[in-house]
Design a protein around this ligand. Sequence first.
Ligand SMILES: *Cc1c(COP(=O)(O)O)cnc(C)c1O
Length: 349
Amino acid sequence: MTSYFRPSVDAMVGYVPGEQPKPGTNIIKLNTNENPYPPSPDAIAVLRNLDSEWLRRYPDSYANDFRKAVSEVLEIPVDWIIVSNGSDDLLNIVMRACAELGRKVVYPMPTYVLYRTLAQMQPAEYVEIPYPDDYHLPIEELVAANGAVTFVASPNSPSGHAVPVDHLRQLAARLSGVLVVDEAYVDFADETALPLVKEFENVIVIRTLSKGYSLAGLRLGFGIANPQLLSGLFKVKDSYNIDAIACLVGAAAIRDQAYKNECVQKVKASRAKLAVDLKQLGFKLWDSQTNFLLAQPPKGNAEEIYLALKERGILVRYFKHPGLEDKLRITVGTDEQNQILIEMLINLS
Ligand SMILES: *Cc1c(COP(=O)(O)O)cnc(C)c1O
């Protein structure tokens, strides 16, 4: 059949999301880094009491109710905040505003695969700089690649490591383009790059409610940067990218810091326990500041283990990408879920 698409669309593969079984399916889902605990009771109450008038009308294009909540919680002025339909939407908005052929996209690898997909869609040239084995940020190489936009996920997926803020600071100071710090996992980390948005006009920090706040299904993300940098992003976003429900529910969720912190503490404790148990089984692990562990099975037979677990009702993530074929990315579940995983791994070995 004739292609009706742009050549760049024909050439691209398309992002392959992790498997999403129907809710209620009897599966232990440790493949896409959702939080195992329910969202804040305050957020659920807002959802239950929602006035249908909110659905009849168009939503606020800037999601100001949510922006105000972020502003209070993070002590940042409202006009330094942009809201998006999940942080994926904001990554795409930055790409649309900054990149095209002749304006390169740069990022260290391995990282979030969507950066490449978005660059291919644009299209824009993309330069992938390999991380060294110790995941030290390759600052010289990133600077030399001269991106119109440089993406660094910190903490990173699938490695789980966090880039020291001081290294991001050195990078920001030397880049001529925009530096995007993707902080999807920041709630599980020791440090944030947020101070950099005040220090540098070219830095945007991106966050999401999908992981720390247990709201992956709501689709809500946001970015923090100076209003000048945000002005270009506002021009290219969909006019109503945040629905009215997400705006109100998200505002309640982010105001409930106590609940979020409680869930995060539980996940971090489970992460430590799971790491000990996996090490005991001979897995090689990398230090994680996220809600998942990158784990290399002792025999390197990651794909085999992934398939065997899947057959037995446990989903973990397997990437058939260079450097990752012998590893699994395992989301930290509840202690009970993690225990079932460990028992299954013992049975398989
Ligand atoms: C999960 C994830 C996101 C996307 O989050 P959404 O807000 O659900 O779109 C962005 N970046 C990284 C590195 C992630 O792992």
